[in-house]
Design a protein around this ligand. Structure first.
Ligand SMILES: [Zn+2]
Length: 65
């Protein structure tokens, strides 16, 4: 299940939630203050631990000559 990181607009708490894709758009309640003024920070953080996400090198460009 992917994890999402949220930040609370009211108290600044940041927390992660494991959500199904269908739940990812729902408002999450801040566990610290109970506010619903939370924002999803980034897409999905790494699902499994085990090093940083691999970044594939950009494909080689063919010259325009
Ligand atoms: Zn809060």
């Amino acid at each position: 299940m992917p994890r999402y990181q949220y930040g609370c607009q009211d108290c600044g708490e940041s927390f992660e939630k494991e959500l199904r894709m269908s739940q990812s758009g729902e408002t999450q309640i801040c566990p610290a203050c109970g506010s619903d003024q939370t924002r999803k920070r980034i897409g999905a953080v790494a699902v499994t631990s085990g090093g940083p996400a691999r970044q594939s090198a950009p494909p080689p460009r063919s010259p325009f000559t």
